[in-house]
Design a binder for this molecule. Sequence first.
Ligand SMILES: Cc1cc2nc3c(=O)[nH]c(=O)nc-3n(C[C@H](O)[C@H](O)[C@H](O)COP(=O)(O)OP(=O)(O)OC[C@H]3O[C@@H](n4cnc5c(N)ncnc54)[C@H](O)[C@@H]3O)c2cc1C
Length: 287
Amino acid sequence: MQLLASRTGWVSPTHRSLPRVRLLRPGSAAEAVAAHTEEGPDARYHCGGTDLAAQFREGLAPSALVHLGGVQELRSITHTDDGLHLGAGVDHATGSLAPDVVSLLPGLADGWGRIATVRIRFTATLGGNLMARRTRYEMPIMLRALGARLRFLGPDGVFETEPVDLWEDAPPAASLLLGARIPEPGRVRLAYDRSLRPVMTVAVALRETDTGIHGRAVLGSEYRAPRAVDFDLTDHPRDEAGLTALAQDTAARFDDSVGDPVTSADYRRRAAAVLIRRRLQDLLKGA
Ligand SMILES: Cc1cc2nc3c(=O)[nH]c(=O)nc-3n(C[C@H](O)[C@H](O)[C@H](O)COP(=O)(O)OP(=O)(O)OC[C@H]3O[C@@H](n4cnc5c(N)ncnc54)[C@H](O)[C@@H]3O)c2cc1C
């Protein structure tokens, strides 16, 4: 129960109590940013609307919705010299089955393919999953492990950030997420573990570079932004004892900020060590 902006009084926040809102339907990314900029910071982009429905129930009352359904340039997946580009408007079902994603990053296809229910997966998008900025959503965790960059169009032009910046240095209002770019997708492998969700999830990526094999483990939580720790696998022993030691060392480097209201930082480091070792073994088996 809350007092809504529609001044309907103390009523349950259902769709019936939503205030009137202007709906804008731009046909391009540039038009979308121009429309949002003109409407001001109380406007919101609307893509699949699956998270916005929850935001409305939480009391959001935007001045306008800028619907992205007509912005075709957000819906593509392309592989170019500077990486694999996943459009912000790609839904979970389409993205996880896209031939480039399946062939270049099977671990991402698998993790993306496990998000949400069938009914939601054909509507909910990558961009909405990221821009909802909810710590429990999973695409920021996997994309951070992969070293992805997020590409935005703002009123001042195009810029890139990292997934962690969604929490640490949020893009200015009216910035439209164009998509995510994963550099050199053929040189990175991902394994994602959500067996302990909602307590925690872990993404592990191994990237081959000219100097060796570098890893990144990312710890996800319902309540905390994803935390990352990098490690080096180049000259590390890869037998069971070696991988156990590497996973324990890596997990031990997550600082106390990974603790959340449900589990202590110590518990999460110990559990993360087990999940990181298992996923490392999977990645090396498939190598
Ligand atoms: C039943 C259910 C189960 C779910 N299960 C999971 C799960 O298991 N794992 C998981 O990770 N997620 C899960 N989700 C969350 C789901 O993945 C997100 O709701 C979805 O991805 C949001 O996408 P959308 O297109 O519907 O976003 P919208 O609701 O349209 O938008 C969400 C937010 O992002 C902003 N936004 C959208 N697109 C852009 C853009 N291009 N640029 C800038 N801002 C933008 C909007 O303004 C809004 O603030 C679940 C959701 C539901 C309803």
